[in-house]
Design a binder for this molecule. Structure first.
Ligand code: PEP
Length: 261
């Protein structure tokens, strides 16, 4: 059995000024220091990345961006490159979040270009996939997500697969308070792994697959006891430092009890 890393990533979306981000970091770091069994990530708005770099240096908390360009540099007004986010010490970048797909016209093709660029730059993409409620009710969720995964990973090298994190985020569960059942999450994580296995064989075992969608301190434990749910991407419940601390501690205690080596 492969022991995959457990990843708990907070997605702050378009919240927090520089001073709010700095205050958060001070409170959060004090409570999570010493946790080594989880990869803890804060995905902050671009403007907060540099100040957070200074706060998170030499801590056990990693920094992530929420988007980046597929271009290296040039006349792309309003875009931010992989090198720019690396320069402020990001290790992760969320790509293909449903809010970007739905509100900012991101396509499978563009997301694929971003995944390839992030990998080439040495970043870990957190690739988001997930179906809307109609697709789920039509019984086509697995097929939809499979197609998103295949498109996003077109052209990646086998040895790069283990550097990717995938987040299954059903759109109907994001910010709605309606969580997928832990069985639904487990089923889709298995289905994603089967797709990865079809593409890259046994390398698929190394890919952490997270669940996202109204995850809170109260439901993280149940989700993480599923064998194929390797962590969570957390929006709303990551905004308050102490709530997120609680969630991280609950995740760490499941790791120790169920998934520990
Ligand atoms: C997200 O934005 O990725 C997310 C899962 O949001 P929430 O936890 O608020 O549903």
């Amino acid at each position: 059995m492969v022991n995959r890393r457990t990843v708990i990533a907070g997605n702050w979306k378009m919240f927090k000024t520089v001073s709010e981000a700095e205050n958060y970091a001070v409170k959060f770091l004090a409570e999570v220091k010493g946790i080594q069994d989880l990869d803890i990530v804060l995905c902050a708005p671009f403007t907060a990345l540099y100040p957070l770099k200074n706060k998170l240096e030499e801590s056990n908390v990693h920094l992530g961006a929420q988007n980046m360009s597929w271009a290296d540099q040039g006349a792309y007004t309003g875009e931010i490159s992989a090198q720019m986010i690396l320069d402020v010490a990001c290790a992760y970048v969320i790509l293909g979040h449903s809010e970007r797909r739905e509100m900012f016209g991101e396509t499978d093709e563009g997301i694929n270009k971003k995944v390839l660029k992030a990998l080439a730059a040495g970043l870990t993409p957190i690739l988001c996939v997930g179906e809307n409620l109609n697709t789920r009710e039509e019984g086509k969720a697995a097929e939809w997500v499979r197609s998103q995964v295949i498109h996003a990973l077109t052209g990646i090298l086998r040895e790069d697969l283990s550097r990717i994190v995938i987040a299954y985020e059903p759109i109907w569960a994001i910010g709605t308070g309606r969580t997928a059942s832990s069985q639904d999450a487990q089923e889709m994580c298995v289905s994603i792994r089967t797709t990865l296995n079809g593409l890259m064989g046994s390398e698929a075992e190394k890919v952490p697959i997270l669940y996202g969608g109204s995850v809170k301190a109260e439901n993280i434990a149940e989700l993480l006891t599923e064998p194929d749910v390797d962590g969570a991407l957390v929006g709303g419940a990551s905004l308050d430092p102490l709530s997120f601390v609680k969630l991280v501690h609950n995740a760490a205690s499941v790791f120790a009890r169920v998934k520990g080596v």
